[in-house]
Design a binder for this molecule. Structure first.
Ligand SMILES: Nc1ncnc2c1ncn2[C@@H]1O[C@H](COP(=O)(O)OP(=O)(O)OP(=O)(O)O)[C@@H](O)[C@H]1O
Ligand SMILES: [Mg+2]
Length: 268
């Protein structure tokens, strides 16, 4: 009897899932991931999954809706490959928040990684950094605010620039805003993004949103300053090539290091 009820409920839940989409999800993800997806639907975190936004190396991002009728982005991490495992290690080891992960199998490690993106997003939102608001996370699946409207995501900074959607003034404004976001990140969230680039910033008009924060490290990470320098070099290179006079923003740029030194643990 109970099983019948469960089966009925499961069927009605499945209605929300486009069958073609379910097939592609089933092809790409393992059984455990599909079960997690159904769990998130059962716990009313996800109502519908409507389409694919992006298929990357590490994760797929889907567009859907939740029971509050908000549009959501659903990021599903693939099970860890040996290469991915190596690439995430440099962010995990050295971060005081993730001190002891030895002995975790691949599956557990990817759960930690998705959980890290969720908690980084939470910290950033709380600090006032412009990132998508995280809604829920279970295992390797993260559900967050959809940056876009009616299923159409905002362009990445790179796309907006290449499609001539930004004026010089917009670019200056975005550059200044991104530098300010970095300061808030250090000062209030005590985090360094560590993979900041024109590919991980989306823009709504001239308002930038920072995304993809799974690798963001604590400012107390042993290599935090190197990650910060790398972020700033990448951002500066992009904006300089886009014609922004980055010298003009030198004071703000220097302030970032001052803030970093003030807020990071003084090491001897
Ligand atoms: N909250 C969101 N709202 C709308 N679109 C999003 C959102 N988050 C991510 N995306 C889209 O999905 C893409 C991939 O997301 P993200 O950068 O977080 O993952 P990734 O692990 O870097 O994947 P990749 O290997 O493709 O770089 C983004 O470039 C963006 O187009
Ligand atoms: Mg990315």
């Amino acid at each position: 009897m109970k099983d019948d009820l469960f089966e009925k409920k499961r069927k009605s839940e499945k209605r929300y899932f486009d069958t073609d989409l379910l097939e592609t999800v089933e092809e790409v993800f393992d059984r455990q991931t599909i079960l997690t997806l159904f769990d998130l639907m059962r716990s009313r975190c996800i109502k519908e999954i409507k389409g694919v936004i992006s298929t990357g190396k590490e994760a797929r991002v889907y567009w859907g809706t939740d029971y509050e009728d908000r549009e959501i982005a659903i990021k599903i991490y693939y099970t860890l490959t040996a290469e991915f495992r190596r690439s995430i290690w440099k962010y995990l080891s050295g971060d005081p928040r993730y001190e002891d992960l030895r002995g975790l199998d691949r599956r557990r490690l990817i759960y930690v990684w998705a959980g890290k993106e969720y908690s980084n997003l939470k910290r950033m939102i709380k600090a006032g950094v412009r990132v998508p608001e995280p809604y829920c996370r279970k295992n390797n699946i993260l559900v967050m605010q959809f940056l876009g409207e009616n299923g159409e995501r905002y362009p990445l900074l790179k796309e907006a620039y290449e499609n001539n959607m930004l004026t010089k003034k917009d670019l200056e404004f975005i550059y200044q805003d991104v530098l300010n976001q970095i300061i808030i990140m250090i000062e209030k969230a005590r985090l360094i993004h560590a993979d900041l680039s024109e590919y991980n910033i989306m823009v709504k008009g001239s308002t930038p949103y920072i995304i993809d924060v799974s690798q963001a490290v604590s400012i107390d990470h042993v290599n935090a300053i190197d990650f910060l320098r790398h972020d700033l070099d990448t951002i500066n290179r992009f904006f300089a090539e886009a014609g922004v006079d980055i010298e003009y923003f030198k004071d703000l740029y220097n302030k970032i290091f001052e803030v970093f030194n003030e807020y990071s643990i003084k090491r001897v």
